[in-house]
Design a protein around this ligand. Structure first.
Ligand code: PDD
Length: 289
């Protein structure tokens, strides 16, 4: 089945889809994006993603490429045309547009919307519980990682470092040795005292949508939780650790650098959170048809 991409008003065969060489996303990383999970044909946490997109666009002073209602229709059409049924993801990107290269905002460019969609293998719950390794790496990003821009080269380099070390993710450390987040995921620990801890959603991390939904679920289930920075040292001593993202859901972290976390598999709270999240995404969202 051939994949279809959406580029600035047109549905095109994925392999032949392209943008202008003077798209400002390409030349200046002057754009923002969202990745939304599709489960059973439904967009998971669609409203929260569109709200975050709105904030990112606002921060960069890029206009919406179309109304929110129209965008929702295009997203559904992409799911339909790409026949995403069980599990998949939708990528959408908005750049400031096409204009002769010049750093300042162009006066007349129109924002360019691109969407791609892909089917993913069914989410592997057992693998998420077996867990993954992370390494630590310096957080070398610009000082506004709370805006979901396509300017991701520090994330790319740190992720590559993880891959070359046989790890799944890098946890990024600020100058004080505190873990901010992963290159494409949020970082969590369960302390020796049993508190669930994740960095507050201030300007130094991306406020993950999975993070937001999991915090709500944890609160509803009466889990003691604290939003505060934690150090690499504290993480290595933690009872449990895990990461969250749109496509990773909740994945146990069983190794940080050379330290084994807990007994080397998902801890009890991580398992419960994964179960609650799985149940939540299975029932959440609007229908795409
Ligand atoms: N990444 N932190 C960073 C830096 C991220 O890039 C992401 C998401 C997250 C988790 O956010 P969410 O729960 O909304 O997916 C945290 C996406 C999936 C990506 O770049 O592919």
């Amino acid at each position: 089945m051939s994949r279809i991409a959406y580029v600035d008003g047109r549905y095109l065969p994925h392999r032949r889809a392209g943008v202008s060489v003077e798209d400002r996303g390409y030349q200046f990383a002057d754009g923002v994006y969202e990745v939304i999970a599709v489960l059973g044909g439904r967009l998971v946490d669609e409203d929260l993603h569109l709200e975050r997109l709105n904030r990112s666009l606002d921060e960069l002073r890029i206009r919406w490429p179309m109304s929110r209602a129209a965008l929702r229709l295009v997203m559904r059409e992409m799911i339909r045309r790409n026949r995403i049924r069980a599990f998949g993801s939708l990528y959408l990107q908005v750049t400031r547009g096409v204009s002769p290269r010049n750093h300042a905002f162009p006066t007349s460019a129109e924002p360019v919307l691109v969407m791609t969609a892909r089917t993913l293998p069914p989410f592997d719950l057992e693998a998420a519980k077996r867990g993954i390794s992370v390494i630590s790496a310096p957080d070398e990003r610009w000082r506004r990682p709370d805006i979901k821009t396509v300017s991701l080269i520090p994330n790319v380099l740190a992720k590559q470092r993880a891959v070359e070390s046989g790890a799944f993710e890098s946890w990024l450390l600020d100058v004080d040795g505190m873990v901010t987040e992963g290159t494409a995921s949020n970082a969590w620990i369960v302390t020796e005292g049993g508190d669930l801890v994740t960095h507050a959603a201030d300007r130094s991390i991306l406020a993950g949508i999975t993070r937001t939904s999991l915090l709500r679920l944890a609160r509803e289930h009466g889990v003691r939780l604290v939003e505060r920075p934690f150090s690499l040292v504290e993480a290595k001593r933690a009872r449990e650790a895990f990461l969250t993202s749109t496509t990773s859901w909740v994945k146990a972290v069983v190794r940080i650098d050379d330290a084994t976390i807990g007994n080397g598999a998902a801890g009890p709270l991580t398992r419960r959170l994964l179960d609650w999240y799985t149940a939540y995404v299975a029932g959440d969202g609007e229908t795409s048809r």
